[in-house]
Design a protein around this ligand. Sequence first.
Ligand code: 4AD
Ligand code: MG
Length: 431
Amino acid sequence: MTKHYIEDLSKYVGEEVEIKGWLYNKRSSGKIRFVILRDGTGLAQCVIVKNNVTEEVFNSFDTLTQESSLILKGKVRKEDRAPGGYEIETTDIRIVHIASEYPITPKEHGIEFLSDLRHLWLRSAKQHAIMRVRHEIIRSIREFFDNRGFTLMDAPIFTPAACEGTSTLFETEYFDLGKAYLTQSGQLYGEAGAMAFGKIYVFGPTFRAEKSKTRRHLTEFWMVEPEVAWNDLNDNMELAEDFLEHIVTSVLKNRSNELKVLERNTEKLEKVKKPFPRVAYTEAVEILKKNGVDFQWGNDFGGTDETIISSQFDRPVIVHRYPTEVKAFYMKRDPENPKVALAMDILAPEGYGEIVGGSQREDDYDALVHRIKEHNLPMEAFEWFLDLRRYGSVPHAGFGLGIERTVSWICGLEHIRETIPFPRMIYRLTP
Ligand code: 4AD
Ligand code: MG
């Protein structure tokens, strides 16, 4: 027998369907009862009229509690006033499980309460919409790279050393081999991949022991990291522009209903078309000063600085050539000005901050050895990485996009905690 899902109801007008789902809500008016059924693909209004069902089925309505599971049969009818535009005239209901009193009701709940019940909260309409947008973002990311001939390269999660600075490392004992660290980024392994396959992307979970309790930080988040042999900083920026435009276009096209549920202003997303404005770090500092910020050249931007810079533009802005001191050891210095690195960050509009970080990589053996020493990193752990500069070194570049920050921006959310099914933050490890 074919399985019927609520999102496909339009295909079954006039036909009998069987929907397996959960009771989202119910109400009655006179001799008519309404069940709002949820099956994970959507919500359907199901009408129960006394004469169309057995007395037993009609009376079972009273026992149904929120989130009870049931199998409902009925005929599909077009009904513009129903959510989704279709209604089911119920002919039979089989109760599978009567749910205990459900803790999440349509009234307002506090964020801590909902976060403790994250495993149930995911059933709510807003969370549902966010997760479907997240899925579309990930799908479109894979599509983008797959269509361009990139090879997917999985990087390890246990690593022997830091990639993005030693202050945010999670460490663990690793048998007789000493300490292992949870990866902060798959990039270094991605570079080995780029030398083997030309163009690759790493896509996986990454970890940062972030002490920051902000609306932009998680301790566990997903990152996608393309790495391309022979690309320079400029090629890297172009790739990132095409990439972001593709993601936003895909969400607008394929998840417009979800964006409506989220009440997202889509006009702002429609503007995400290349070319994106590009400003050098030094120019960005000027923007800050013009806006009354007392900012010292050489410092890194904080969240509020990023918001001021990005609010000057109606689309993502690329900030490039940051001072070497604030950036990672592997970034190549600008041959025209060694004080700055060939780095680029992309700041999302509407105050969502940095969503992309990337650079052209240091491809010179001696310069890289020098940088590893300068950063007090353990040389032994990087010998394999130096091999990439010993055997056929070439210019190359890449970047990392944080999935959760991107979901936050595209969905227009207040806080990053709602962008991942089970968020991990400094004060949250459950459920
Ligand atoms: O700028 P980051 O630290 O860059 C890297 O890790 C590079 N190795 C990437 C590369 O060149 N292959 O991190 C990249 C992105 C940030 O722009 C941000 O979107 C996200 O990862 N990110 C976080 N997202 C959530 N919580 C955190 N604590 C994050 N830290 C970084
Ligand atoms: Mg960064």
